[in-house]
Design a protein. Structure first.
Length: 277
């Protein structure tokens, strides 16, 4: 005899034993009904953590999120700063409100700026009181001239054959000479006017330069230059200057240079202006 199968029956059924063999070689099969469910026992201790399972498949790529700055607004002093999202979680647009800080202390005075442009001229002030009457200096003047055409070689002084008027004795001239003599120190004004034409053997273009010479030295900025291009050309030249005489007697001349020229209708006028400042 041997045990065959042992089967659990449903709760509430009868137990049974059958022989699936022979009387001489019995095989006993058992059906044992399940007993009623007992009360739940106490929870046993937690078992050890099982081994980590295999990694699952990689999920699909998600859409990358973006962040950009939206508006930046200055808030009133004393208010709270704030950041809000005017976009979406995946495409954020951050708007900032930044409160204005308290006014700082006054800084140090900066350097003085450049001087501004000159303003408009103010109104003319009232006329001052009339000064005391001064003493009129005695008139000192001399005029001389030459009418006929006179040939002058380069570097020579122009002569004047006639005296027209003379006031006082400070300025003298001998008719027919080139020299005007000044015997009184002071400030003088002189003017020369004459007509120039090409002289004998002139080559063209011919440039005439006339200037004042005081005691052998040319007066600065006291010259006239003109160019003649043909034998029949003429031109008027005028020179004037203000000068000071300190040492007397002084000699004043009108000198021609640049070539040989003829001078006509020449006049010389000298005036005493007053004492040197």
């Amino acid at each position: 005899m041997e045990v065959g199968t042992v089967t659990t029956g449903d709760p509430g059924t009868d137990a049974a034993v059958t022989n699936s063999g022979t009387p001489q070689a019995a095989t006993l099969d058992f059906v044992i009904p399940q007993g009623a469910t007992g009360a739940t026992g106490a929870t046993g201790p937690t078992g050890e953590t099982g081994a980590t399972g295999p990694t699952g498949p990689t999920g699909a790529d998600g859409t990358a999120a973006t962040v950009e700055v939206g508006t930046v607004t200055t808030g009133d002093p004393g208010t709270d700063a704030a950041v809000t999202n005017s976009g979406t979680p995946q495409a954020a647009t951050l708007d900032f409100v930044i409160p204005q800080g308290a006014t700082g202390a006054t800084g140090a005075t900066g350097p003085t700026g450049e001087t501004g442009a000159t303003g408009p001229t103010g109104a003319t002030g009232p006329t001052g009181a009339t000064g005391a009457t001064g003493t009129m200096p005695a008139a000192q003047a001399l005029s001389a001239y030459t009418t006929p055409s006179t040939p002058i070689t380069s570097g020579s002084a122009i002569d004047f054959d006639q005296n027209a008027t003379q006031s006082g004795t400070a300025i003298t001239h001998t008719a027919g000479s080139t020299d005007f003599t000044i015997t009184q120190p002071g400030v003088y004004y002189v003017t020369y006017t004459g007509t120039v034409s090409p002289g004998m053997g002139a080559t063209f273009p011919a440039t005439s330069l006339v200037n004042f010479r005081l005691n052998g030295s040319d007066l600065p900025d006291a010259a006239s230059q003109t160019t003649l291009n043909a034998a029949g050309d003429t031109a008027e030249q005028t020179v004037n200057a203000t000068f000071t005489v300190t040492d007397t007697p002084a000699t004043l001349q009108v000198v021609s240079s640049g070539g040989n020229f003829n001078y006509s209708l020449a006049s010389m006028n000298i005036h005493y202006l007053g004492e040197a400042g």
